[in-house]
Design a binder for this molecule. Structure first.
Ligand code: MG
Length: 216
């Protein structure tokens, strides 16, 4: 795509297959207050910060809990996640990132996940890929609010029309579109019925790569 010189990546489900670990750690942490959530519930929150996810779980359930308890659950979820998380990259992503870098694209990472987890993910040979990284603790409002993607565009000093966002979850697509950006979605976690607000939907990263690079 001739007009695109900047690619902004979501992390979970686009770069790293972290969702199985998020799902397991949420379920375990919430079980300590007898709250149960489905895999789909968690997939639909993907991209949001832990705090925002917890707020929605509490709202949706009939259990009323104190802020203190909510804080404890968020901390416990993080602890379990940190204990079990192993970096598994999404198929095709490393080659795609290296090729984009080689072709002098400007690259950014925008995630609701914390910086300590992002650092762990990038240790697998992706340390020098992204010019700008926006993590969960760097914004006031996470996805689906446009703030994270707007912050990335601002820090990149990019023109919105030159950018494309790669996402895999509804909250992230809403955030990107709210920021006025083109958004491609990959079906790594959810099927296309949940991704309809994206400008294009691809089966996987190889599909995105072919479309973006072969048409430039
Ligand atoms: Mg994601």
């Amino acid at each position: 795509m001739k007009n695109i010189n900047t690619v902004i990546f979501d992390m979970d489900g686009v770069i790293v297959d972290g969702m199985p670990y998020h799902i397991k750690s949420w379920k375990e942490a919430l079980s300590t207050i007898d709250m149960s959530v489905s895999d789909l519930d968690i997939y639909l929150m993907e991209g949001m910060t832990g705090r925002e996810t917890m707020e929605i779980f509490v709202k949706k359930s009939n259990i009323s809990i104190s802020d203190e308890t909510a804080d404890k659950i968020i901390k416990l979820k993080r602890k379990i996640f940190n204990d079990i998380f192993t970096v598994t990259l999404i198929k095709g992503i490393k080659d795609f990132l290296l090729e984009l870098k080689d072709r002098k694209y400007n690259l950014a990472l925008v995630t609701g996940t914390r910086l300590e987890v992002v650092k762990k993910v990038l240790q697998v040979g992706l340390e020098n890929i992204f010019e700008v990284i926006v993590t969960g603790e760097m914004v006031n409002k996470g996805k689906p609010n446009p703030e994270p993607y707007l912050k990335a565009v601002d820090e990149l000093k990019a023109t919105k029309g030159d950018c494309v966002v790669i996402e895999n979850a509804p909250a992230g697509i809403t955030s990107a579109k709210g920021a006025g950006l083109m958004c491609f979605a990959v079906q790594t976690s959810l099927s296309d019925e949940y991704l309809q607000d994206a400008d294009r939907i691809f089966k996987d990263i190889d599909g995105v790569s072919k479309y973006l690079l072969n048409s430039s």
